[in-house]
Design a protein around this ligand. Structure first.
Ligand SMILES: Nc1nc2c(ncn2[C@@H]2O[C@H](COP(=O)(O)OP(=O)(O)OP(=O)(O)O)[C@@H](O)[C@H]2O)c(=O)[nH]1
Ligand SMILES: [Mg+2]
Ligand SMILES: [Zn+2]
Length: 318
């Protein structure tokens, strides 16, 4: 970054963390990237969450111009508006922030290679709902076909109120719609490994040349080409957070007592059941079950609800 002439040791700048190396963070500032450590006090203040994460807005001080990029320290982390998070592995109350401050989540799946699991997509959407993040579903690799299955799956999610996009990073189909959908926002690209998240990013912003990977193993699952979260500015005010494929999704922040409220398709019927504490399982006079019978709630979305209320929250997402 040829920004050194604008900086001096001690200069304070505001910026956003675009990459997390563990002990070091790359902060995008107006004067370019500053590679920063984190003041120890920040580590001690926040113990139930990551003290700093990609997407966090921070204040940094420049410590050295001898290096490229210049080095500095993160002095302050602004409160998070929201975050895409999961439960830190091996804990039951520690938040692992995948991306701080996203405006929306794009749940990316391939229509083939690897085959999408609607139940897993529901779990991803549930995480977005629990964080009050607007979510949409993107089916990529439509050049590989998918015909009827693509239509059926798309209908399943549209019925539930989610925008559904169809793309091919290979042929460029649907990229204009995707670009419009991302305009002016910070969007988390989330989904299993190998579905084409990084390839889509490259198709939208070729300058970054983000590494992508072949799906080569027998299971058809990806091999986790992207291993860290990184934020990319693809247009003014428009960022994509490319995330590593997630196999396990610990449902951080999901309150199972209110599970029905995370299903936007149930919303019109909540409060209309005979019993106020209805769990919509087999209770008489249940408005949700009536809607399932009438076909206004998709049977398989209801199936996801039932599976989740059973509480098994560490299914394989890959
Ligand atoms: N046919 C086809 N292949 C695609 C498309 N998009 C991506 N691919 C291929 O799918 C493979 C995986 O793509 P990546 O972009 O690395 O997938 P990813 O979702 O970023 O995976 P992780 O980084 O592991 O989470 C690569 O071989 C891509 O070339 C597409 O639209 N059509
Ligand atoms: Mg990737
Ligand atoms: Zn009910």
């Amino acid at each position: 970054m040829p920004a050194s002439h604008e900086l001096a040791v001690g200069t304070e700048l505001e910026g956003v963390i675009v990459r997390d190396y563990g002990l070091w963070f790359d902060v995008q500032t107006e004067a370019g990237i500053v590679r920063c450590t984190l003041r120890g006090i920040l580590n001690r203040e926040r113990v139930k969450t990551d003290p700093a994460a990609v997407g966090d807005r921070v204040r940094v001080s420049v410590a050295s111009l001898e290096t490229d990029p210049p080095e500095g320290a993160i002095e302050e982390v602004a409160p998070r508006r929201t975050s895409l998070s999961r439960l830190s592995r091996g804990t039951d109350d520690v938040e692992q922030v995948i991306l701080a401050n996203p405006d929306q989540l794009l749940a990316v799946y391939a229509i083939r290679e690897p085959t999408p699991s609607p139940r897993m997509i529901d779990r991803m959407l549930l995480i977005a709902e629990a964080r009050d993040l607007p979510a949409s579903v993107c089916f990529n690799k439509i050049d590989l076909g998918g015909g009827e299955q693509l239509d059926e799956l798309s209908e399943r999610f549209r019925m539930a109120g989610y925008p559904v996009l169809h793309t091919s990073a290979e042929t460029g189909a649907g990229l204009d719609e995707l670009r419009a959908h991302l305009q002016g926002k910070i969007t988390a690209f989330a989904g299993p490994s190998g579905v084409g998240k990084s390839t889509l990013l490259n198709a939208l912003a070729p300058d970054f040349e983000v590494p992508t990977g072949e799906i080569s193993d027998a299971t058809g699952k990806g091999r986790h080409t992207t291993t860290w979260v990184q934020l990319f500015r693809i247009a003014p005010n428009t960022y994509i957070g490319d995330t590593p494929g997630m196999r396990q999704l610990g449902l951080w922040g999901v309150e199972f007592d209110y599970l029905d409220e995370y299903f936007p398709d149930f919303e019109p019927y909540l409060g209309q059941c005979r019993f106020t504490d209805c769990r919509h399982l087999s209770e008489p006079g249940c408005a949700v079950l009536a809607a399932v019978d009438a076909g206004t709630i998709h049977l398989d979305r209801y199936g996801s609800y039932k599976a989740l209320i059973g509480g098994d929250d560490a299914e394989d997402l890959g």
